[in-house]
Design a protein around this ligand. Structure first.
Ligand code: MG
Length: 240
């Protein structure tokens, strides 16, 4: 199983991406391909429909709040993976958006980036104590939450238990794959849990220091960027 972030990981070098497409094309029946992105399912679907990305088996979107089984006929042909969304009960990002309206330094992103289970903000450099204060403000309103901060400017508030790492683990379990049969790839803070989930991880060369700082030693740091780094990571782990 290959589970890879899109922006800044698989996307960023079109030539290397074409090589990745060919590589996957020759092995499609022998691997599970999963995209794990902060984007919406509709946006990921568009990239696939445009022929830029190989058809996956499943997509993890909204920073691990949603999992869809890939189907045909565009986003309408994709169906939610049974049992994932149900884990979050009645947790609603609307409550987060209400609670954090007007919170200093947080600017809500455009509605197109907001979903039922993810409240997203643009923000300037946040320190750990700022994140703790936001978590406290939510807790005071009775809202448990996971804060995912990346690229020094994007804050996603998601339900506890959501995230790219937990979602990828859920899929690996569904397909009865042990963690060492899963290769994971990422470049920024919202990939931290994916690369700390016990999988065989690879950081592409352009990975941000924020990710490098939080993942443990058991990852491969490729000297190559974007999709070339993904292919290099596949080679590296295949030889182990
Ligand atoms: Mg990324």
């Amino acid at each position: 199983m290959i589970v890879t972030d899109l922006d800044g990981t698989l996307l960023g070098d079109d030539e290397a991406l074409a090589t990745f497409r060919d590589w996957v094309g020759g092995r499609r029946d022998r691997l599970r391909l999963v995209y794990a992105s902060g984007r919406s399912v509709a946006a990921v679907c568009e990239l696939i429909a445009a022929g830029r990305l190989p058809e996956p088996d499943a997509v993890i979107t909204g920073v691990g709040t949603e999992i869809h089984v890939a189907g045909t006929g565009g986003a309408s042909g994709w169906r939610p993976w049974p049992g994932w969304l149900e884990r979050f009960g009645n947790w609603s990002a609307d409550h987060v958006r209400e609670a954090l309206a007007g919170y200093p330094g947080l600017e809500a992103q455009d509605p197109v980036h907001q979903t039922r289970r993810k409240a997203s903000y643009d923000t300037l450099q946040l320190e750990e104590r700022d994140l703790a204060a936001i978590r406290q403000a939510l807790a005071r309103r009775g809202i448990p939450a996971r804060l995912v901060y990346s690229a020094g400017r994007f804050l996603d508030v998601i339900p506890p238990g959501a995230g790219k790492g937990p979602a990828a683990r859920f899929l690996a379990d569904a397909w009865s794959l042990p963690a060492h049969d899963v290769l994971a790839f990422g470049d920024s803070g919202n990939d931290a849990d994916l690369l700390s989930a016990g999988f065989r991880g690879t950081l592409v060369a352009n990975a941000l220091p924020e990710l490098d700082a939080v993942v443990d030693g058991d990852v491969y740091r490729s000297p190559l960027a974007f999709a070339a780094g993904v292919l290099d990571g596949i080679r590296f782990w295949s030889e182990r």
